[in-house]
Design a binder for this molecule. Structure first.
Ligand code: AMP
Length: 629
């Protein structure tokens, strides 16, 4: 399949006038904005010289909204109105978020607020009213827009906003909506690992395959990118959404508890020790040892020295846990570690030397660490924004991303037919032809699903629509072309067209809520562990569909031309039909197939006689020279 080129022709006017464009890393913990100045990508600081904007939004009773540091400080005193990590709620439903019992937030289902966001979208009740994650994210983006406009002294033509490679349709759409609400023109969404690779200039490098290892505060992502003939493509993505720098803090925290034989602690002491643990972890990235001191609410004084060696020992298995998704991503990409040309490090936690050593050992080469791992994504996004704004002329610069789970439709027997396979590069358009099952069928129901499993019941339902007005034809005669189109931002639209009549129907898939990273990982895992059972289920289902089709056809033929059979022949056919119906109740594909073959054989003569009879009927009353032979 030809890869489609991404170009934004409308944006490439006025090549000599520098158009203000920014790249935004909308992070779970922190967000950043960057731009290209004099050909160099730089992060824009706020008036106090800070680059990172904490992704925290606080709503006050008088309608005032605090964003960033100010909101972060209030997190403990006003947790219900201070929203942190809102990225985790983007495009999600209450069901996706799972257990919310320990959360300080008052979650609301959007269906109950009549917000028109579709059923199941999560919202948060604050003193300033009910807020959607899109609105909360928009506050962060607005802050970054204002920062950029102040620093650059003008209005922005647009922004490139980064999202995790794993983000599904709903999450990407929610991000775009947030940007719109913040007054930003989205030039495009860009996968975070792709942005990191661009920041390292890999797009200008010689051809090859690169890995992006991203270990943040709470999540781990690994992506495999390929650069060939100027085309940048994400081959595979994997990760662990519950592994990050915080887990390393927790190891140190447990070590302190043990070392000092501490009883179960209150919330204040836990927070205090976790903060000390985090500082210790960061210090150990460039010191051989560190001192951890704290005074607990009981008055007990903590004073311990932790060596780099001991820290590395206690966190060894956390580092090892990142290797599993790494192997899976390589397997998905069909590559070996030694085929990787370079490794980009992203996320503050990759500053830990034991992480860098493990990665170097795995790939047998030193990873790229000379850019700030916290800024690298925003820097890359800014470079991409600069290109899309038309500030780099003469470039035929391509960028391709990947879809995380296969897209397909439901076919007879509750089976999935994959149309766009997992890890396909986007944008992409793929079409496949289908046909009708019954004679005279005038409506076709198209059920769009996402997932790796063979049975529809094990995949995620994305949308349904109907193609009506198909002219009545015999089963199998209609030609219905179903086209899947995934745009550069990963958003899907599906259309179906009956080719002889031209009737058409389509749907833009905007699911009411998306898949979580965990759900995607679980669906992938399931598809591997159930592969054999799935194949059996598929074989059975296909055999049953074929058997039912034959039974229906034979019954119709008997009703029409039953008189062509003797009583004995008719009894033999009936017996074969009964035998096949009996097999349909079981779950052995081979038995269904054998009984189908049996009925086919038993009706072969009947079919031949029907053919003769219909030819005779057609010829009756005609002379041979009338016929076009
Ligand atoms: P991010 O989500 O990319 O901002 O990463 C945040 C994580 O990086 C937190 O767990 C930080 O403690 C960790 N981190 C930041 N600086 C360092 C450092 N010098 N050494 C080790 N971890 C760090």
């Amino acid at each position: 399949m030809a890869l489609l080129q991404i170009s934004e022709p409308g944006l490439s006017t006025l090549p000599h006038q520098h158009r203000l464009a920014v790249g935004i890393d909308l992070g779970t913990t922190n967000s950043l904005v960057a731009t290209v100045r004099n050909g160099i990508s730089v992060v824009l600081n706020d008036a106090d010289g800070r680059a990172l904007l904490p992704s925290v939004v606080r709503y006050l009773p008088d309608g005032e909204v605090q964003v960033g540091e100010g909101a972060q400080v209030a997190q403990n005193e006003d947790p219900a109105n201070t929203i942190v990590s809102v990225k985790r709620f983007m495009g999600r439903g209450l069901r996706d978020i799972g257990d919310v019992s320990g959360s300080p937030y008052r979650f609301v289902d959007s269906a109950s607020t009549g917000s028109g966001q579709g059923p199941g979208m999560v919202q948060l009740r604050t003193v300033a009213g009910v807020k959607s994650p899109v609105e909360v994210s928009a506050e962060i983006l607005k802050q970054l827009r204002l920062r950029a406009e102040a620093a650059l002294g003008g209005e922005l033509v647009g922004a490139v906003i980064t999202v995790p490679a794993y983000f599904d349709d709903a999450q990407r759409q929610a991000t775009k909506d947030a940007a719109k609400l913040a007054g930003l023109n989205v030039l495009r969404l860009l996968n975070e690992p792709t942005a990191a690779a661009i920041a390292y200039g890999l797009d200008n490098a010689s051809e090859g395959v690169y890995a992006v290892y991203d270990l943040g505060g709470g999540t781990f992502d690994i992506s495999i990118l390929r650069l060939s003939r100027g085309v940048f493509e994400v081959l595979a993505a994997n990760g662990d959404s519950a592994l990050g720098g915080d887990d390393f803090d927790h190891r140190i925290y447990c070590w302190v508890l043990e070392k000092n034989n501490l009883p179960p602690l209150g919330a204040h002491d836990i927070r205090l020790l976790l903060t000390r643990a985090r500082a210790a972890k960061e210090e150990l990235s460039d010191h051989a040892e560190t001192r951890i001191t704290a005074v607990l609410s009981s008055g007990e004084v903590i004073d311990n020295v932790l060596t780099q060696h001991d820290f590395h020992e206690m966190s060894r298995n956390l580092v090892a846990r990142t290797m599993q998704p790494l192997r899976r991503a390589l397997r998905d990409a069909g590559l070996k570690a030694d085929e990787i040309k370079g490794v980009v490090m992203v996320g503050g936690a990759t500053r830990m030397p034991q992480v860098q050593h493990a990665v170097a050992e795995f790939f047998q080469q030193a990873p790229l660490t000379n850019l700030d791992p916290d800024k690298v994504v925003a820097l890359g996004a800014a470079i991409q924004a600069n290109v899309l704004a038309g500030n780099r002329s003469g470039d035929d610069w391509l960028l391709l991303d990947v879809i995380p789970l296969s897209l397909g439709i439901e076919i007879m027997g509750g089976l999935t037919e994959k149309i766009v396979p997992r890890n396909s590069t986007i944008p992409t358009a793929r079409a496949q032809e289908f046909t009708t099952f019954r004679d005279g069928q005038t409506t076709l129901s198209v059920h769009v699903v996402q997932g790796e499993r063979e049975l529809v019941a094990d995949c995620r339902s994305l949308a349904r629509f109907e193609l009506r007005g198909i002219p009545p034809m015999v089963a199998g005669a209609a030609r219905i072309r179903v086209t899947f189109q995934v745009d550069a931002d990963g958003l899907l639209s599906v259309s179906a067209r009956e080719m002889t009549s031209g009737v058409e129907a389509s749907v833009v898939v905007k699911p009411s809520y998306g898949l979580s990273d965990d759900e995607i990982s679980r669906m992938l895992q399931d598809s591997f562990s159930h592969a054999e059972a799935d194949m059996r289920a598929r074989a059975l289902s296909e055999a049953k569909v074929e058997a039912e089709r034959l039974l229906e056809a034979v019954a119709a033929a008997l009703a029409e031309d039953g008189g062509l059979l003797s009583a004995q022949e008719r009894a033999a056919v009936d017996a074969r039909m009964d035998a096949l119906r009996a097999r349909l109740a079981g779950d052995a594909a081979s038995a269904v197939k054998m009984a189908t073959d049996g009925l086919n054989l038993a009706t072969a003569q009947f079919a031949a006689r029907r053919m003769d009879a219909s030819v005779k009927r057609a010829l009756t009353g005609h002379r041979l020279d009338e016929l076009d032979v």
